[in-house]
Write a protein that binds this ligand. Structure first.
Ligand code: PLP
Length: 381
């Protein structure tokens, strides 16, 4: 064969096999994956229509129902990070003109606002200053005023470290005839969640925080009420990849191809969920609470101030005020480069004002708190 086009080698790199520094990931996520999960991801892939793989999918569905405490039959893992499952909740139940009320307590509430707008919703918002949460009375007043088709709340606002209580909200939503959509990205696995008890209709999460997995396979669930709204749509779901009418045929008994599943990510997720079931979800919640209380005490002993009122603090993510006169970014950089520990900085309204410290999943351990606090003692003036 005569070659008429010459090869452009300008981007060709002859490089060493991948080698990355070892890090203790104590930021807002990702957190370190459990070693057994990393081992599972190395399992050679089978095909996405292999009965052996369907068995893995079924196990994932069941274990996700367990960790979320729901019986929702449509409970699956989306191929993608938390944002894909987040967008799936909005895309499937939002029709142009639907009133979607978003409770904004931080950065990720604003992301829901953006997404709902993109799907043609008439988006309304209620807001709180960053670090605070809504009371049931405030939510009732907002539902009376806006009469939405969907109320969207963030259970664990990663940008602020605040936990939005959900008890009673589902009943309110039923009283006002709307669906309740909840972001559980930073709560699943580490913070008590009772989706069915709380009357949550749509929820999503991620793999890289409380589930001790790498990012890339994201839990999604919808109730029969939400499924009914999807069935009654006048318009097609405006997103092929996230369409539950199609995805349910792959995850359900039809087993119809929709897209190639990220096989190895599902191996990882299955192992992560298996480990959580072995520990017991209630024990995991308790472990997160115990270790974070130890962290809070240690940080306060260092003279630092925590941003969120104790009652509403997340066990998975703590926001710490950066003391006056300290360069927060420089401290975080020093922790990373000299001690191999990643913590996060502030986002949005809290940019430059807080550090964000995550103790999630496999990383929620006393020894990690001790390692961080010892490093902080060295780097803080
Ligand atoms: N929602 C919340 C509360 C989050 O913390 C995040 C990410 O940290 C997301 C949504 C988006 O998830 P991802 O970054 O995995 O796409």
């Amino acid at each position: 064969m005569t070659q008429t086009i010459s090869i452009n080698n300008s981007q060709k790199l002859l490089i060493e096999p991948l080698s990355m520094p070892s890090r203790l990931l104590l930021g807002p996520g990702p957190s370190n994956a459990h070693p057994a999960v990393l081992q599972a991801i190395n399992t050679p892939p089978v095909g996405h229509l292999d009965p052996a793989f369907f068995a893995v999918m079924d196990e994932i569905q069941s274990l996700l129902r367990y960790v979320w405490q729901t019986e929702n039959s449509l409970t699956i893992a989306m191929s993608g990070t938390g944002t894909s499952a987040m967008e799936a909740t909005i895309a499937n139940v939002t029709e142009p003109g639907d009133v979607v009320l978003v409770g904004v307590i931080g950065y990720f509430g604003n992301r829901l606002v953006d997404m709902a707008g993109r799907y043609g919703a008439d988006v309304r918002t209620i807001t709180k200053s960053w670090g605070q949460v809504f009371s049931l009375d405030e939510l009732r007043t907002a539902l009376e005023t806006h009469r939405p088709a969907i109320l969207a709340l963030v259970h664990a606002e990663t940008s602020t470290g605040a936990r939005q209580p959900l008890e009673g909200v589902g009943e309110l939503c039923r009283e006002f005839g709307c669906l309740l959509l909840v972001d559980t990205v930073t709560s699943l696995g580490g913070v008590p969640i009772f989706l069915d008890e709380w009357g949550v209709d749509l929820a999503y999460s991620c793999s890289q925080k409380g589930l001790s997995c790498p990012p890339g396979a994201s839990p999604f669930t919808m109730s029969s009420r939400a499924w009914e709204k999807l069935q009654k749509r006048r318009t097609k779901v405006a997103n092929f990849y996230l369409d539950m009418t199609l995805l349910s045929k792959y995850w359900g008994s039809d087993r119809i191809y929709h897209h190639t599943a990220p096989i190895n990510m599902y191996y990882a997720l299955r192992e992560a969920l298996r480990l959580l079931a072995e520990e017991g979800i209630e024990n995991s919640w308790q472990r997160h609470q115990q270790n974070v209380e130890y962290l809070w005490q240690q940080l306060e002993d260092l003279g630092l101030t925590l941003h969120v009122e104790k009652e509403y603090r997340l066990p998975t993510l703590t926001t710490v005020r950066i003391p006056d006169g300290i360069d927060g970014k420089a401290i975080a950089r020093q922790l990373l480069l000299e001690y191999g520990i990643e913590i996060g900085g502030g986002l949005g309204d809290l940019a430059g004002k807080v550090w964000r410290i995550g103790l999630m999943g496999f990383n929620s351990r006393k020894e990690n708190v001790d390692r961080l606090v010892a490093a902080l003692r060295q780097v803080l003036p």
